[in-house]
Design a protein around this ligand. Structure first.
Ligand SMILES: [Zn+2]
Length: 108
């Protein structure tokens, strides 16, 4: 007689022989737990951290975009690029591209 068990990853019920010590309904679920994404706590931490980082990046980016008027960005306009560099270049010698903002934010 097979036993009904709940998958520790997705909560789906599956049937196994009691002698087997299977915890997950499928290899897929098992693999997901190995990557850490199956653990709800791990997942929340990750999401909160990423959310925070994302909002920081956004804030930073919007702050700079306010300075660069009418949709001009340092990627598209030389003058804006120069301006942005004189504003930011004194404190940090980085190119103030979106990538740099992201990199910079993640490293802090
Ligand atoms: Zn599952």
């Amino acid at each position: 007689m097979k036993e009904v068990k709940k998958c520790l990853y997705c909560g789906k019920e599956f049937k196994i022989w009691p002698s087997r010590k299977k915890k997950y309904c499928s290899i897929k679920c098992y693999q997901k737990t190995l990557k850490g994404s199956g653990n709800p706590n791990y997942n929340n931490k990750w999401t909160d951290k990423k959310k925070k980082e994302a909002s920081m990046i956004k804030k930073e980016y919007f702050k700079n975009n306010k300075v660069w008027n009418k949709g001009l960005t340092i990627e598209t306009d030389e003058r804006v690029k120069k301006y942005a560099e004189t504003q930011k270049g004194q404190k940090r010698k980085i190119k103030w591209t979106k990538e740099a903002i992201i990199k910079n934010t993640l490293e802090e």
